[in-house]
Ligand binder design. Structure first.
Ligand SMILES: *Cc1c(COP(=O)(O)O)cnc(C)c1O
Length: 363
C-alpha cells in the first residue's frame, strides 16, 4: 500500500460542489481582491474565534510580521518565542529587526511556561506563543506571566484553528491571533492566505491600513504599509471550508485517538495532551530515538512521513548572526532529531490507517 503523509484532494472532493459554486461566484462577480467575500469571511472568522475583528491577509507570516510591527516593536527590542517552532514564527520577529529570545519547549512540544520568566529582560516587548501541531499552549500560566510583566501576547495559530485551552479558543488569548490558511493547514485555502483576529479596535484598524499600502482612503497613505491583501477567491473558498471545520477537526481527532490506542511499540513515544488543552492534530507527531531508521523502514513499506522540523531556528543558517550554538537548547534540539509526523489527512481511510499502525507495531 502507498500512503502519503498528506493528501489534499480528498477534502476538495468531499465538498466539491460547494467549492465550485463559490469559485464561479467570484469569477463572475468582476471583483477579485478585498471585496464582499473577504468582508463576509472576516465576519465569519471573527465569529468562529469569538473576537470582535478579523483582518484577512496574504499569509500567516504576514500576520506575524504585521502584529509585531503594529505593536511598535522594532530594532533593539526582544520577543520571546519557543525554540522548536517553524521558522516563520521567528521570521515574524526578525523581519522587524527584533531579536528572538528562545525558550525551551515542554513535553507537549509547546513553550515551557515555567522557563519564560528567566528569559524576560528590560528589552522584552512581547511573548509569541505557538500552538504547535494543533495543541493549545499552557495559556493560563502564560497569561499570568504576561500580565505580571505587562507584555502583550501574540499567538501563532497557524496550526490551531479551533483548538481550545480550558474551553477558550486559541487566538482569543492575546492581543493578536495570527492565522495561516496555507493549503495544508486544518483550515486551508487553495493558495496562500492568512488573517489576524483581535478585540482591539485601534490595532485592527492599523492592520487594516497596513495590509493595503497604509491607506484607509485610496492614495491617502497614512502609514508606510505593505500589500498583504486577501483575495476574493481564497475568501470564498475559505467560507465553504469554515462551515465544515468542526467536522474536519473531529475527523483528525478520531484518527489521533486511533493512533493513540493502537500504536504499541516501546521504541515509539506517542504525543501527549496537557490537562486542559485539546488538539486539532494539525500533525500527529511521534518521537523515536533512531528516527532515520524508522523513517526509512516506513518508506520501504510505502508509508511517507515528514519531519516538523529537522533544524531548530537557532541553528538555521539564516540565523548564524544571532550567534547561537549547538547544545544551547538541548530539548528543542533533541526534538529536531527525534520527531516524526505520521500520515494524517481528511479522508484517510480505516484501511490506510490500519496499515500504518500495523507497520509501526511490527517495527
Ligand atoms: C504555516 C505556519 C506559519 C506561516 O504561515 P504561511 O501562511 O505559510 O505564511 C507560521 N507559523 C506556523 C507555526 C506555521 O505552521
Amino acid at each position: 500500500m502507498e500512503i502519503k503523509c498528506n493528501v489534499l484532494d480528498r477534502q476538495f472532493k468531499m465538498y466539491q460542489e460547494e467549492y465550485e459554486e463559490a469559485a464561479l461566484r467570484v469569477l463572475r462577480s468582476g471583483w477579485y481582491v478585498l471585496g464582499n467575500e473577504v468582508k463576509q469571511f472576516e465576519e465569519e472568522f471573527a465569529d468562529f474565534t469569538g473576537r470582535k475583528y478579523c483582518v484577512g491577509l496574504n499569509s500567516g507570516l504576514d500576520a506575524l510580521i504585521m502584529s509585531v510591527r503594529a505593536l511598535g516593536i522594532g530594532k533593539g527590542d526582544e520577543v520571546i518565542v519557543q525554540a522548536n517552532t517553524y521558522i516563520a514564527t521567528v521570521i515574524g520577529i526578525t523581519e522587524n529587526g527584533v531579536t528572538p529570545i528562545f525558550v525551551e519547549p515542554d513535553e507537549y512540544f509547546n513553550i515551557d511556561a515555567e522557563k519564560i520568566e528567566a528569559a524576560i529582560t528590560d528589552k522584552t516587548k512581547a511573548i509569541m506563543v505557538v500552538h504547535l501541531y494543533g495543541q493549545a499552549s499552557n495559556m493560563t500560566r502564560i497569561a499570568e506571566i504576561a500580565k505580571k510583566y505587562e507584555l502583550p501576547i501574540i499567538e501563532d495559530c497557524a496550526q490551531s484553528h479551533g483548538a481550545c485551552f480550558e474551553g477558550k479558543i486559541t487566538g482569543k488569548f492575546g492581543i493578536s491571533g495570527c492565522f495561516s490558511f496555507y493549503p495544508t493547514k486544518n483550515l486551508g485555502a487553495f493558495g496562500d492566505a492568512g488573517a489576524i483576529v483581535t478585540d482591539d479596535e485601534e490595532f485592527a484598524e492599523k492592520i487594516r491600513m497596513m495590509r493595503n499600502y497604509g491607506s484607509k482612503i485610496k492614495y491617502h497613505n497614512e502609514i508606510e504599509g505593505i500589500n498583504s491583501r486577501l483575495d476574493e477567491m481564497q475568501a470564498a473558498l475559505l467560507r465553504v471550508k469554515l462551515n465544515h471545520i468542526d467536522e474536519l477537526n473531529r475527523e483528525r481527532t478520531e484518527l489521533a485517538a486511533e493512533y493513540d490506542s493502537k500504536i504499541k511499540n516501546d521504541k515509539i513515544v506517542l504525543p501527549k495532551l496537557r490537562s486542559g488543552a485539546d488538539s486539532i492534530y494539525h500533525q500527529y507527531v511521534i518521537r523515536c530515538k533512531n528516527r532515520e531508521k524508522l523513517q526509512n523502514y516506513l518508506r520501504e513499506n510505502g508509508i511517507q512521513t515528514q519531519i516538523h522540523y529537522p533544524i531548530p531556528p537557532h541553528l538555521a543558517d539564516c540565523y548564524k548572526y544571532l550567534g547561537h550554538k549547538k547544545g544551547e537548547f538541548p530539548i528543542a534540539e533533541a526534538y529536531a532529531d527525534e520527531v516524526l509526523s505520521l500520515p494524517m489527512y481528511t479522508g484517510m481511510t480505516k484501511e490506510e490507517q490500519a496499515y500504518v499502525i500495523d507497520k509501526l507495531n511490527s517495527y
